[in-house]
Design a protein around this ligand. Structure first.
Ligand SMILES: NC(=O)c1ccc[n+]([C@@H]2O[C@H](COP(=O)([O-])OP(=O)(O)OC[C@H]3O[C@@H](n4cnc5c(N)ncnc54)[C@H](OP(=O)(O)O)[C@@H]3O)[C@@H](O)[C@H]2O)c1
Length: 249
């Protein structure tokens, strides 16, 4: 039997419309999972679902705005029956709104916390119940090394990403008796639209600070998620796995 297979499992990936989330969705589908693709950009999700289906997988699209946390449970309740029992939840969606503290507006603070942390709370709460009842689950949240190290200009983002770690460790303790594992992946600097916005000089400076001397890829993160989602990781819970090329050592 080959390893790390997810046949018969259903996964939901938030922020699957591009970047790291898309890479994670592709990886979980390659390992055999049915995948629910969630984000706001339905067109992009439909294109990805089409591509996964063409490759022999099964995918469903869910329009979901994590910043509207009150509506999240209702949205998840609209999933078609064959995708409704989620075994693997990947909380990947996230935004930045960078500024130094003295220039940071309450709106930018609140927007980042609401999407990155409160949105994750809402999705996780809605799906944890089913996992507990079925006595199986994998919850994996995408934090950042910035949540561990801090970063000037990202107090809101770092607070949200550190919050995900405390949230996940608490859930790991609450849900262990129901065979639900809860882990975190903390990426370093990954080549996506989020880091594309940085000036070339900043990117070059960053690469030199990374012991492995390159920015990561979405696939680098997806392999880590693919492992934590698998049965082979059944004894791993409450863990923060840094995938940062050594940026965080
Ligand atoms: N890139 C990096 O270097 C890096 C490093 C560490 C951690 N991370 C984390 O990794 C995750 C993915 O980052 P990325 O680089 O792939 O970013 P990205 O390319 O900007 O993608 C962000 C994803 O989140 C979704 N999203 C944003 N706001 C949303 C909302 N209100 N409701 C639902 N979905 C929403 C976006 O979809 P829609 O716009 O379609 O809704 C998109 O799919 C984030 O949590 C990020 O903080 C990234």
């Amino acid at each position: 039997m080959s390893s790390f297979r997810l046949d018969g499992k259903t996964a939901l990936v938030t922020g699957a419309s591009q970047g790291i989330g898309e890479a994670i969705a592709r990886r979980l589908a390659a390992q055999g999972a049915r995948v629910v693709l969630a984000a706001r950009s339905v067109d992009k999700l439909e294109a990805l679902a089409g591509s996964l289906t063409q490759e022999g997988g099964q995918a469903a699209v869910l329009a979901l705005d994590l910043s509207a946390s009150e509506a999240v449970a209702d949205r998840l309740g609209e999933l078609p029956e064959e995708f409704a029992a989620i075994d693997i939840l990947v909380n990947n969606a996230g935004i930045t709104a960078d500024n130094l503290l003295v220039r940071m507006s309450l709106e930018d603070w609140d927007r980042v916390l609401r999407t990155n942390l409160t949105g994750t709370f809402a999705v996780t709460k809605a799906l944890a119940r089913g996992m507990m009842r079925r006595k199986y689950g994998r919850i994996i949240s995408i934090s950042s090394v910035v949540g561990l190290m801090g970063n000037a200009g990202q107090a809101n983002y770092a607070a949200a990403k550190a919050g995900l770690i405390g949230f996940s460790k608490s859930l790991a303790k609450e849900l262990a008796s129901r065979n639900v594992t809860v882990n975190v992946v903390a990426p370093g600097f990954i080549q996506t639209a989020m880091t594309e916005a940085l000036p070339e000089s900043a990117k070059a400076e960053l690469s030199t600070a990374i012991p492995l001397k390159r920015l990561g890829t979405g696939e680098d993160i997806a392999w880590a998620v693919g492992y934590l989602a698998s049965d082979e990781a059944s004894y791993v819970t409450g863990h923060v796995l840094n995938v940062s090329g050594g940026l965080y050592i």
